[in-house]
Design a protein around this ligand. Structure first.
Ligand SMILES: [Zn+2]
Length: 184
């Protein structure tokens, strides 16, 4: 996996989750590019999977970097919320795993030559089908559900989710602390 981590959360916390997510849906993760950024306001993670054999962007120092079947972009939430409790942090961390598994589900399809279906794209004069009925989305949702069911029972996934939850909680506390200092 080629990780471009533009968040404040360390690679050691995010990389195991990404690897678990990719493996759980049967994607080859070795050469896949993952670009992580931190949202400004969003409170949940969000993601996209893209098909490309190589990409060239500012974060690759404008050099072409090969991908193994595509690349994924994921945004992690900013913890500038109020009143985060441990339970919320675990939910947020699990949401990250769910989104990563979903995006790697698309990567898996691209690696197997099942990309976007032609009719998923807008036809002239027509709207493209709704997101939820696109075949590639139905496939990705199915893999993710199956994968998450299995992951819930594994120690490795549990540890990785809790490590991210802990980081979220610390980040939220740190922010609350900054706010307090500011008020004083
Ligand atoms: Zn999707």
């Amino acid at each position: 996996m080629k990780l471009y981590n533009r968040t404040k959360c360390p690679d050691e916390i995010l990389q195991p989750l990404l690897r678990i997510a990719g493996q759980s849906v049967g994607a080859h993760t070795a050469g896949v590019i993952v670009i992580l950024s931190q949202g400004r306001y969003r409170r949940e993670s969000g993601g996209h999977a893209h098909s490309a054999s190589a990409i060239k962007r500012s974060f690759t120092a404008n050099r072409w970097v090969r991908t193994d079947g595509g690349y994924v972009t994921i945004t992690i939430p900013n913890m500038q919320g109020t009143d985060y409790r441990s339970k919320d942090a675990v939910d947020l961390a699990f949401a990250f795993l769910r989104i990563a598994a979903h995006e790697f589900g698309h990567i898996r399809d691209m690696q197997r030559g099942l990309g976007l279906m032609p009719w998923s794209k807008a036809q002239p004069g027509k709207r493209r089908p709704r997101w939820a009925v696109r075949p590639e989305e139905i496939r990705a949702v199915n893999y993710t559900d199956d994968a998450l069911d299995k992951l819930r029972r594994t120690r490795a996934a549990d540890d990785a989710v809790l490590a991210l939850a802990e980081w979220f909680e610390k980040a939220a506390q740190h922010f609350a602390c900054l706010l307090q200092n500011f008020a004083v």
